[in-house]
Design a binder for this molecule. Structure first.
Ligand code: NAD
Length: 487
């Protein structure tokens, strides 16, 4: 199915700006266009300004929350099945519009079109999977008492998304909120508003007016939504620093929070691991996507007996990277999302090199004015180097040799984050035993970053609060209520 992307290249828009203008993208408030703005968006693969898009001001924040609050009584009175059917129709609409959505994600992220399509493909699956979830009632009845724990919607939910998964993170939040019976204001990242604006427009034909609202805007708009007194729930994905600010802003109203934050995932490669599988995961999941995945491998610990082979295999794959237009079938490498993000990642590399580390990888050709960096490994890092201790979110991965299992486990766990981690070995039972000692939300064995809407996504440490996916994301958009009757 993913091969279908290859057929999208030939019909891709030749000129992005007029094509985008022709889509008539607008914010969605109360089921209608809400024009505003304009703000500018840059295409990361060539650094050129794409177009002006409608940008919210504080008036739109109030209008959107008012529309969502107005729609809540009717929407929350619909049955679970009615809401499930509408979400399935929304998934059908995403699939029907997959080509346009793919072009929008490629335009706003600069990622190769086939990678943009895989986000749309999995987004459709996420909506269908979440739509199939149920929240079970729990019966606590005993002699003379009938007591049931039921689930009720919360009210107006706000979804604040980052730029690194503009569709999948938006639709997962949307599906959780709407299935639970909440109404929603979705606010995408200012770097990637286009696909979210389109999602809002698709939703107008499916959901009653006011159930799904989409407003754009900068961090001030995000903050105003979080602080709004009529908002009951905030679902945020982004950095740990911003997560802290959101938690503080939500505190006075004791708003319900789901925070999916940063990660600094360690991969521990034991001496008996398959070096080809490791190199493949490191390159495809972390480096080729410019490291812009919350659960990318961000620290690579390799047993000294396998170190050279893993390093050389990753470097050989990195040599194949082609930087160029997202719409050129030859391009394989994702650019950084912005010049600021590229400068930030380069800063981590420069700092490590300044302290004695060395960079191994290709000198990138092509890419023009795009925000590309070459996909590299960084050798000779110490635990206190910023590129090891912090989340680099870029295509520069520290690789470190180890001999002692206990020491490497301690090093992997000595980090403020706790999103994911992995252990690689041909002895799966041994790897599981080590994985169980990792301090993270998901510990993978012989894979990394494998998410599914059918599986919960827990967090440890500073990587988040709450849990999304499976039935947990829907539960987090609901409140529990006990009905306790004396018979
Ligand atoms: P960011 O924290 O800079 O921004 C995230 C969103 O918050 C953006 O839309 C931004 O405009 C908005 N925002 C900023 N300040 C705000 C405020 N005070 N109030 C409300 N909204 C505000 O993160 P980013 O750079 O866009 O995304 C990358 C980060 O996201 C990385 O740390 C990555 O690990 C994390 N992430 C985590 C997950 C996960 O599931 N845990 C998934 C994807 C990305």
């Amino acid at each position: 199915m993913l091969e279908e992307a290859e057929t999208f290249y030939a019909s891709a828009p030749q000129e992005l700006t007029p094509w985008l203008a022709g889509l008539g993208l607008a914010q969605t408030i109360a089921g209608a266009d809400a024009h505003a703005g304009p703000a500018m968006i840059v295409h990361p693969a060539d650094g050129q300004t794409l177009l002006a898009y409608p940008d919210a001001d504080l008036r739109h924040v109030h209008d959107a929350v008012a529309a969502a609050a107005g729609a809540f009584p009717d929407w929350s009175s619909t049955s679970w099945d009615e809401r499930r059917v509408l979400l399935e129709r929304f998934a059908d609409a995403l699939w029907e519009h997959r080509q346009t959505l793919t072009y929008l994600v490629a335009a706003e992220t600069g990622r190769p079109l086939r990678r943009a399509f895989s986000e749309i493909f999995f987004s459709v699956d996420y909506v269908r999977t979440i739509a199939a979830q149920h929240l079970a009632e729990v019966d606590y009845s005993r002699a003379g008492i009938r007591a049931r724990l039921v689930h009720r919607p919360l009210g107006v939910a706000v979804a604040i998304a980052p730029w690194n998964g503009p569709v999948i993170l938006a639709v997962a939040k949307l599906a959780n909120a709407l299935l639970a019976g909440d109404t929603l204001v979705l606010r995408p990242a200012p770097q990637t508003p286009l696909s979210a604006l389109y999602l809002g427009m698709l939703g107008r034909d499916i959901f009653p007016a006011g159930v799904l609202n989409v407003v754009t805007g900068d961090a001030a708009v995000g903050a105003a939504l979080v602080e709004h007194p009529d908002v009951a729930k905030i679902s945020f994905t982004g950095s740990t620093d911003t997560g802290r600010k959101i938690a503080a802003a939500a505190a006075p109203g004791l708003k319900r929070l789901t925070l999916e934050l940063g990660g600094n995932d360690a991969a521990i490669v034991l001496a008996d691991a398959d070096p080809e599988a490791v190199a493949n995961a490191v390159y495809r999941i972390s480096l080729e996507n410019a490291g812009q995945f919350c659960a990318a491998i961000k620290r690579l610990y390799v047993h000294e007996s396998l170190y050279d082979e893993v390093r050389d295999r990753v470097c050989a794959m990195a040599q194949t990277a082609v930087a160029g237009s997202a719409f050129d079938p030859a391009s394989t490498l994702a650019p950084l999302q912005s010049a600021a993000q590229r400068a930030r990642v380069q800063g981590f590399v420069d700092d490590a090199v300044g302290r004695g580390a060395s960079v191994i990888g290709p000198a990138l050709e092509g890419g023009g004015e795009g925000f590309f960096l070459p996909p590299v490994l960084v050798e000779g890092c110490q635990a206190d180097f910023a590129i090891v201790a912090e989340e680099q979110f870029g295509p520069a991965l520290p690789i470190m040799a180890f001999t002692d299992e206990a020491e490497v486990l301690a090093a992997a766990n000595a980090n403020q984050y706790g999103l994911g981690g992995s252990v690689w070995s041909s002895d799966v039972e041994r790897a599981i035993a080590i994985a169980e000692k990792m301090r993270c939300g998901t510990a993978w064995v012989n894979q990394h970053g494998a998410f599914s809407a059918a599986l919960p996504m827990p967090f440890a440490g500073q990587s988040g609060i709450g849990m999304d996916y499976a039935h947990f994301g829907v539960a987090e958009h609901s409140r529990a209520m006990l009905i306790n009757a004396k018979l």
